[in-house]
Design a protein around this ligand. Structure first.
Ligand code: NAG
Ligand code: NAG
Length: 328
């Protein structure tokens, strides 16, 4: 079953392709540069903000409309639009465990749901955790050594070392090699690659997977709930999450705790529904999962949200997007 609440709002021009999504509810909000960008984006998106407010205040309370629209225009400078091919070097982790315990908090689940094709991304791509679960295709540039199609990886960790945009799991690193060249590429340890962001469908069965919600071990009834989102498809970022009792419109917002983990200390009673603001390129929408956690939700359990997220940034969203790899 799929259900969506979709809002239309004006597409904004590519003003700041690499600006991090502001952390709306964090108390560690870096002032200065972000504030400047904020005012810039307010200025640019004011007309769409006003029309957004008008168009949804008919179906929500005015206060809620203001709140929702504020979201959209705060996130309108986020970076998911990028479809360009980038150049970098990549290295690999010799230990698989290094990545599966990555900063996104997927833990050992990461290996399961991606087939072990994992990557740690630099801060600009990790994007304070909004980049968790993003998928990239990459191939190394030595045609003797490396296969044409390269490999697909999913971001599960933060790469603090800024010499490479990514550090891969050894499985993903090997997968870039031509048949029989796997040992050669491992021996090199560091290769030149080109990469681009792609919609997530790794492996194939992930493609039609519903978004799942895992209740984290730190959750404690009745006051604290931490959840992790799994199988976030498409080319998307979850930038806001609210939770409410099923059937209620008394929503509590959740904050990104770290990586793909969101939490709140105002937990509604009863069975729980979620709604998320998901961005893809310059589009944002609410996705509403109407019945996710049962009354007796338990830690460590993965619950099906009943919705899929599979939006893809619009074609032509980046001027560089020609839908193909350039020849090496
Ligand atoms: C490509 O890789 C092969 C095999 O490792 C190596 O012999 C060759 O020198 C490399 N070519 C370049 C241009 O680096
Ligand atoms: C990498 O990080 C170090 C320390 O954080 C910094 O001094 C250096 O300028 C960075 N290099 C690049 C290329 O960003």
């Amino acid at each position: 079953m799929r259900k969506r609440l979709s809002l239309s709002f004006a597409h904004l021009s590519c003003i700041k392709p690499n600006v991090n999504t502001p952390k709306l509810f964090s108390n560690a909000y870096p002032a200065g540069r972000h504030l400047l960008l904020l005012f810039l984006s307010i200025y640019i998106s004011l007309p769409s903000y006003l029309s957004c407010t008008l168009s949804i205040s008919s179906s929500h309370s005015p206060r809620m409309a203001l709140f929702l629209c504020l979201f959209f225009f705060l996130i309108s400078s986020s970076s998911a639009c990028d479809r360009c091919v980038h150049q970098t070097k990549v290295a690999y982790f010799s230990k698989a465990s290094a990545l599966s315990s990555g900063a996104c908090g997927y833990g050992s689940l990461a290996v399961g749901f991606t087939g072990g094709y994992l990557a740690a991304a630099v801060p600009s791509l990790y994007n304070n955790g909004a980049g968790c679960g993003a998928c990239f295709q990459m191939r190394c540039k030595n045609t003797t050594l490396c296969a044409e199609q390269g490999t697909k990886v999913i971001v599960t960790d933060l790469n603090q070392n800024n010499h490479t945009d990514f550090v891969l799991s050894s499985r993903a690193f090997r997968a870039m090699a031509n048949k029989g060249m796997e040992q050669d590429i491992l021996k090199l340890g560091l290769v030149n690659v080109e990469y681009k962001r792609i919609p997530c469908e790794i492996p194939c069965e992930y493609k039609n997977q519903n978004l799942a919600v895992r209740v984290e071990e730190t959750s404690k009834k009745p006051n604290y709930l931490a959840v992790k989102f799994l199988y976030q498809g498409g080319q998307t970022e979850i930038v806001a999450v609210d939770v409410a009792q099923v059937g209620s419109s008394d929503w509590s917002f959740m904050s990104r705790n770290y990586g793909a983990v969101w939490d709140t200390d105002r937990v509604p009673a009863g069975a729980l529904q979620f709604r998320m603001v998901v961005t893809s390129g310059y589009d944002g929408k609410w996705i509403w999962a109407q019945n996710v956690l049962p009354v007796d939700w338990k830690v460590g359990v993965v619950y099906d949200s009943g919705v899929q997220i599979n939006d893809i940034a619009k074609e032509g969203c980046s001027p560089c997007d020609d839908g193909s790899w350039n020849s090496r």
